[in-house]
Design a protein around this ligand. Structure first.
Ligand code: ZN
Ligand code: ZN
Length: 78
């Protein structure tokens, strides 16, 4: 598991999410840049079902979810 920089900390991330509306993240493993991404309805439905199954497995009541995809950004990949 690669640890990436979260300069603002996860709590502020959740607050930003709440303010900015529902979205997900792509994170560059090289420079730590985080971009917001929006999923289409089908993808979101799939993800919601997965998140619900994960929560159920952990015996948690489902709240929200955030998907974070790690990769290499356009700048670092060039
Ligand atoms: Zn990068
Ligand atoms: Zn979502």
């Amino acid at each position: 598991m690669v640890r990436h920089q979260h300069p603002e900390g996860s709590h502020q991330y959740e607050l930003a999410e709440w303010l900015a509306g529902h979205h997900h993240h792509v994170v560059c493993m090289e420079c730590g840049e985080v971009e917001d991404v929006h999923l289409d309805e089908d993808q979101e439905r799939t993800l919601r079902a997965l998140a619900a199954a994960v929560a159920k497995g952990a015996r948690y009541r489902i709240g929200g979810h955030v998907l974070e995809v790690e990769g290499v950004c356009r700048r670092c990949g060039a």
